[in-house]
Design a protein around this ligand. Structure first.
Ligand code: UD1
Length: 427
C-alpha cells in the first residue's frame, strides 16, 4: 500500500491549478442516463471515484470515451452516451465502494421507469441514510420497495409525475436525485428546502444545457417543468472549492502564499471568510484567488452547516490549521455524527484537541512533530497532510487511497510550490 512521506517545515509559494470538483463530477456523470444523445463533460478530475462511476455507468449500458484536454485545459474530457439502458441495477460491490452510486437511482427511474440500487450502508463518518432520496421519488409517484439490501423503485404507468418534494432538512444527495428525476417527470415539481451547494447549481446548469427547465437556481426552492426528453450537451465541471480551500489552508499553515488558479471565489464564501478570520489575506489574481499568511494564525469558532455556511468537507483541514493557532478554537460538526477521526492522529503529532460530542476544542500549540499517521476518510487524510507540511521532521500518511479519491495529483501539485513530499510504495 502507498504512503505519502512529507518532510515538513517548508514555506509553500507559487501557483496550484485547481481541478474539477469531485462532488460536482459525481452528480454530472449520471446525467448521461437522462438522454440517448451524447453528454460531453469537460474538466473532469482524474480521480479514482470518477473512474469507478464511469465503470458503473458502463455496466448500465452507457458508453464512455475519454479524450485528452486541450493544451490550455486541465482535467479530462469524457463523452458518455446512453443510447440504450442495458441494465437498471447498481450492484452492491460498486455501491459499497462509492456512496455516490446512489445518484443513478433518480435518473434511471426517470428514463426507464425502474431502478434497483444497492443500499450504500454506513461509512466511516456516520450512518448516512438515504430515506430522503426515497421519499423524494415517492413524491413523484414512484413505488419503493426495500429487499435484500436493495432499493427497488418503480415509476407509475406513464412515468414519474411532478409533485411537491419538501425536505425536512437539507440533503445534497437527495436534492440531486430529486432534481435528476424531476426533469423528465410529467408536469411541475417543486423541491422545497433544497440544498444550495454550488454543486447543485452546477448540476442544474448542466441539466438546463440538456434542455431541462429549472427555476430558482441558488435558492432553496427549485421549480422544475418536466420535459418529455432531454438532449445531449457539452458542459465543464466547476472548480473544486474543497480542493481550493484545502490548499488555502496549506498556504496559511506553512506561512506561505499560494495562487489557486481556477478557484471560484463566489463558491467559497464561508471558507474564504474563515481564512481571513484566521489571519490570512485573500486577494484576487487573474483567473483565481491568492491566499497568503500574514503573521500568526488566529483561533476561530466555526460550525459546519449546509451552504452557504461552513462546509463539513473543510472541517478537518481547518482543524489542522488551527492546531497551530495562537489561542483556543471551537469547531462544531453538525452534519455528521462521527467526523473527528483525524483528532487522535493529529494528537499523535502534538496537537491539543478535546472532543466533546459534536464539538472539538482545539488549543493552539507552538509546533507539530512529524509521525506516522493514517485516516479513515478523504478529508481527514488531507488534514494529516496539512499537519505534516507544517510539522518538524517526517510525517508518513498511510491509506493513500483515500486521498486519491479526492485530490488529483496531490504530491505533484504540492512539490511544485516547494513542499518536500513524495509517494512511497510498499511494493
Ligand atoms: C454531505 C454534505 C456535502 C459533502 C458530502 C461528503 C451537507 C449538507 N452535505 O453530502 O456537502 O460534500 O456530505 O462529505 O453538508 N441524511 C438523511 N437521510 C438522507 C440523506 C441524508 O438523514 O436520505 C442526513 C445525513 O446523514 C447527514 C445530512 O442528512 O446528516 C446531510 O446529508 P447529505 O447532504 O445528504 O449528505 P451528502 O449528500 O453525502
Amino acid at each position: 500500500m502507498d504512503r505519502i512521506i512529507i518532510r515538513g517545515g517548508k514555506r509553500l509559494e507559487g501557483r496550484i491549478p485547481i481541478s474539477g470538483a469531485k462532488n460536482a463530477a459525481l452528480t454530472l456523470l449520471p446525467c448521461a442516463l437522462l438522454t440517448d444523445e451524447p453528454l460531453t463533460l469537460r474538466n473532469l478530475p482524474r480521480l479514482a471515484d470518477v473512474d469507478s462511476f464511469g465503470h458503473l455507468l458502463n455496466q448500465l449500458g452507457v458508453s464512455t470515451t475519454v479524450e485528452g484536454a486541450k493544451p490550455d485545459e486541465f482535467g479530462r474530457v469524457m463523452t458518455l452516451r446512453a443510447s440504450n439502458i442495458a441494465s437498471t441495477t447498481a450492484p452492491y460491490d460498486i455501491v459499497r465502494k462509492m456512496r455516490a452510486s446512489i445518484l443513478v437511482l433518480g435518473p434511471l427511474v426517470a428514463r426507464t421507469g425502474e431502478a434497483t440500487v444497492s443500499l450504500p450502508g454506513g461509512c466511516a463518518i456516520g450512518t448516512r441514510p438515504v430515506d430522503l432520496h426515497l421519499r423524494a421519488l415517492e413524491a413523484l409517484g414512484a413505488e419503493i420497495e426495500i429487499a435484500a439490501g436493495y432499493v427497488k423503485a418503480k415509476a407509475p404507468p406513464g412515468g414519474l409525475r411532478g409533485g411537491t418534494i419538501s425536505f425536512p432538512f437539507v440533503s445534497v444527495g437527495a436534492t440531486e436525485n430529486a432534481l435528476m428525476a424531476a426533469v423528465l417527470a410529467n408536469g411541475t415539481t417543486v423541491i422545497e428546502n433544497a440544498a444550495r451547494e454550488p454543486e447543485i447549481t452546477d448540476l442544474a446548469e448542466c441539466l438546463i444545457a440538456m434542455g431541462a427547465q429549472i427555476d430558482g437556481l441558488r435558492t432553496d426552492t427549485l421549480t422544475i417543468e418536466g420535459q418529455p426528453r432531454l438532449h445531449g450537451a457539452t458542459y465543464a465541471v466547476m472548480a473544486d472549492r474543497i480542493e481550493a480551500g484545502s490548499y488555502a489552508c496549506a498556504a496559511i499553515i506553512t506561512g506561505g502564499s499560494l495562487d489557486l488558479i481556477g478557484a471560484r471565489k463566489d463558491t467559497m464564501p464561508s471558507i474564504l471568510s474563515g481564512l481571513a478570520d484566521a489571519g490570512g489575506i485573500v486577494e484576487d489574481v487573474p483567473n483565481g484567488v491568492r491566499v497568503r499568511a500574514d503573521g500568526g494564525i488566529r483561533p476561530l469558532s466555526i460550525s459546519t452547516a449546509p451552504y452557504p455556511a461552513f462546509p463539513t468537507d473543510m472541517q478537518a483541514q481547518f482543524m489542522a490549521m488551527l492546531t497551530l493557532a495562537e489561542g483556543t478554537s471551537l469547531l462544531t460538526e453538525t452534519i455528521f455524527e462521527n467526523r473527528y477521526m483525524h483528532v487522535p492522529e493529529l494528537a499523535r503529532m502534538g496537537a491539543d484537541i478535546e472532543v466533546r460530542g459534536r464539538a472539538a476544542v482545539v488549543r493552539g500549540v507552538d509546533k507539530l512533530l512529524g509521525a506516522p499517521v493514517m485516516a479513515t476518510d478523504l478529508r481527514a487524510s488531507m488534514s494529516l497532510v496539512l499537519a505534516g507540511l507544517a510539522a518538524e521532521g517526517e510525517t508518513q500518511v498511510g491509506r493513500v487511497y483515500h486521498l486519491d479519491r479526492g485530490y488529483e495529483r496531490l504530491e505533484e501539485k504540492l512539490q511544485a510550490v516547494g513542499a518536500d513530499i513524495e509517494r512511497a510504495s510498499d511494493g
